[in-house]
Design a protein. Structure first.
Length: 338
């Protein structure tokens, strides 16, 4: 950093890469305080902490969330009985069967600011994922559903403050997951193209990419919420719900310390057969919620099929884990601090 040229290059890189892309889902007052690491809960406690705001000008369809059943943590990471028959892939739930942008657009999420990350402490903990696309890019329904909300959030508090998402669309998916209502939220839109109560099929136009609300540049901010669509704390990692692109699968898992507690802000480096460098950072804090089943603290989608090697650098040394990515499937990996 003492080399001026390096500094200029670094600033230029930051401006080029981050400013145009990222939402300011993070400009609301600095980073959340680092919390003491505690074991991940066995079941979510997504309680509504904000009263639903009155509907302003449009009709707000009533959510039909059903009571959440008691979550059972499947022993996906438990030692495997070598005498047992192969268990098969974990039960992924790719309810978002379509991508939110057309095939010619940028279809994968921005790597530097995944769900639960802070982009190396530049922003607040991210409650969604970004799709970096130019303003006016079409936004499409990710699954069959009903439009719960389409409009601004000046009066309806979907985020931590009014006008956080600007123009947004919230879809309630037709399909539920283990009794949970599932919602997809599109934020920072230029304009909406649907109305509350409208039914949509996968791929239907719902609006256009913009930078309304608290956003630094045009992009789509996509969230998945369970049960309470108004609750900023009800999100889950969208990468766990997006059906992998053809020829790819999903990697997710946990990075734990030697006492079994989740490690915050750990970088998982991923080297696969295509030679491209990938990474995912573990969740920064408890403002984001692990999946009810997987209890992960990192996930990375659209990883090409084949053998990969994942590595995490702990204070006590680097741990490497192999992973086989299968098309359209989830592969879980666990790291434990040595
Ligand atoms: Zn965002």
């Amino acid at each position: 950093m003492t080399n001026p040229q390096h500094l200029i290059t670094r600033i230029g890189h930051w401006l080029l890469v981050f400013l145009p892309l990222l939402a300011s889902c993070s400009l609301r007052g600095g980073l959340a305080a680092e919390s003491t690491a505690t074991p991940l809960p066995a079941s979510p406690t997504s309680s509504a902490t904000r009263p639903p705001a009155p509907s302003p000008t449009a009709t707000l369809a009533q959510p039909t969330a059903t009571p959440a059943p008691t979550s059972t943590l499947a022993p996906l990471f438990a030692p495997v009985d070598p005498t047992a028959s192969p268990a098969g892939p974990p039960p992924a739930h790719f309810l978002l069967v379509g991508r939110p942008v057309p095939p010619h657009a940028s279809l994968s999420v921005v790597a530097s600011y995944r769900y639960g990350s802070t982009n190396e402490r530049r922003y607040d903990t991210h409650h969604g994922v970004e799709f970096a696309n130019p303003a006016n890019t079409q936004l499409l329904a990710v699954a069959p559903g009903t439009v719960l909300w389409a409009g601004d959030d000046l009066a309806a508090a979907y985020g931590p403050s009014p006008n956080f998402y600007g123009f947004l669309v919230v879809l309630q998916l037709d399909e539920t997951w283990q009794g949970h209502a599932v919602y997809a939220l599109y934020g920072h839109m230029l304009a909406v193209a649907v109305a509350p109560g409208q039914a949509v099929e996968t791929g239907d136009l719902v609006g256009y990419v913009g930078q309304s609300g608290v956003a630094l540049g045009p992009h789509l901010h996509l969230e998945v919420r369970l049960d309470n669509p108004m609750d900023y704390d009800s999100t889950r990692n969208p990468e766990l719900w997006l059906r992998p692109l053809p020829g790819t699968g999903l990697l997710a898992g946990r990075v734990l310390d030697s006492r079994g507690r989740p490690v915050r802000d750990a970088r998982v480096n991923i080297a696969c057969e295509d030679g491209k460098r990938r990474f995912a950072d573990t969740y920064h804090d408890d403002t984001v919620t692990p999946d009810d089943v997987f209890q992960e603290n990192f996930a990375i989608g659209d990883v090409p099929v084949g053998e990969c090697e994942l590595s995490v650098a702990f204070v006590g040394g680097t741990v490497k884990e192999p992973a086989l990515v299968n098309e359209g499937e989830l592969t879980l990996v666990e790291f434990i601090e040595p």
